[in-house]
Design a protein around this ligand. Structure first.
Ligand code: 6PG
Length: 249
């Protein structure tokens, strides 16, 4: 199924539409399975969306008691570190809404990266195992993703081994050249989702967006192209500056 691409006039409208999208996905999931398992994105783009979701306009419309918050990736830093994706979501959203504390499933960036990846994989296995005889599938109801100017998404960077991972749902990655460690869902885990929605804002994303959506398939060079839900809906919510190089714009 080809992705749906919605072009919004500016980043403020993008954030509002993304918040509406989150609410709709939450309601749909809860009516279907009495829970909403969402993997949150890091980076700066979703900040305003999270803030809106915590506001009076939106918060009352989300069944927070049924929401389970996960992350698509995490930096290997303590949970209260300014670079932590958990900290971003906690400060802008999670501490302001009545989500049960045990429904917040953060990647433990403070742990040894390899151990943290194993621990998160086990957490996902437990959460998504329906019946013992069925192999678990990390069927998130929604995975929110951003995209870097180089076409990376989550912590799937160009030419990274995680792009070729065929078994694991969560891996630790050491980023060159600074050597920082990251934890990330692999394409296998993301592509099992019912919905995957990218948010992209700003002129600096225009080249990557055109290459990803309209260029030749090169997921090794453009990891966002590796995101193709096998039985789910793929959507892009982008603003006009990010869409400025699209032929279809
Ligand atoms: C992260 C994100 C990363 C992010 C993109 C876009 O941990 O930083 O997972 O994939 O979504 O780099 O970042 P901006 O939203 O800041 O442009």
């Amino acid at each position: 199924m080809s992705p749906s691409v919605k072009i919004l006039p500016d980043s403020e409208t993008l954030s509002r539409v993304a918040a509406e999208h989150f609410v709709a996905a939450a309601k749909e999931a809860v009516s279907r399975s009495d829970r909403f398992a969402v993997a949150l994105s890091g980076g700066s783009t979703p900040r305003e969306t999270y803030t809106l979701l915590a506001s009076r306009t939106f918060a009352a419309h989300v069944p927070w008691a049924k929401v389970h918050a996960f992350w698509g990736d995490e930096r290997c830093v303590p949970p209260d570190h300014a670079d932590s994706n958990y900290w971003l979501a906690r400060e802008t959203l999670l501490r302001h809404v009545p989500i049960p504390p045990d429904h917040i499933h953060r990647m433990r960036g403070e742990m040894d990266p390899l151990e943290a990846a194993r621990e998160y994989e086990e957490r996902l296995q437990r959460f998504f195992t329906i019946a013992s005889e069925e192999p678990a599938t990390p069927r998130f109801d929604l995975v929110l993703l951003g995209m870097g100017a180089d076409g990376h998404t989550a912590s799937l960077f160009p030419r990274s081994e995680a792009l070729r991972e065929s078994q694991r749902w969560v891996v630790a990655q050491r980023l060159e050249p600074h050597g920082a460690w990251r934890l990330t869902l692999t394409p296998i885990a993301i592509n099992a989702a019912r919905r995957v929605t990218f948010l992209a804002s700003g002129q600096e994303k225009a080249w990557a967006l055109r290459e990803v959506l309209e260029g030749s398939p090169q997921p090794e060079r453009l990891p966002a192209q590796a995101i193709r839900p096998s039985d789910g809906r793929l959507a892009w919510l982008v603003d006009a500056p990010a869409a400025s190089l699209l032929a279809a714009a």
